[in-house]
Design a protein around this ligand. Structure first.
Ligand code: HEC
Length: 77
């Protein structure tokens, strides 16, 4: 998936970390505190060194990625 080059399997610091700097893990207290809607918004618009994905992914792919991130945190989407 589009996220793995940076976030690896969720543990962060994937292969692009050498180029763009530290990449946070997707299972963390910070991410666990985010709602599904907030995660979807972050994926769409990006933040800092994370590029926006609104044009790279379909709405369904963004929903599914956000649901995956929630599950990585042991939460239901
Ligand atoms: C080009 C590298 C890159 C890609 C591709 C990328 N991310 Fe990120 N992501 C980052 C970086 C860097 C940050 C930290 C941004 C910051 O410092 O504000 C981040 C932050 C996040 C956060 C917030 C983490 C936190 O601790 O606040 C989430 C959630 C996230 N990404 C999910 C995703 C998902 C899901 C995808 C795929 C759809 C994705 N990212 C694709 C680089 C990337």
């Amino acid at each position: 998936m589009a996220c793995a080059r940076c976030h690896a399997d969720g543990e962060g610091d994937g292969q692009l970390a050498a180029r763009i700097g530290p990449i946070p893990p997707l299972a963390s207290p910070t991410v666990a505190a985010m709602s599904t809607a907030e995660i979807e918004a972050l994926i769409r618009t990006g933040r800092g060194a994370m590029p926006p994905h609104a044009k790279r992914l379909t709405a369904a792919q963004i929903r599914s990625a956000a649901a995956h991130v929630r599950r990585l945190n042991g939460l239901t989407p």
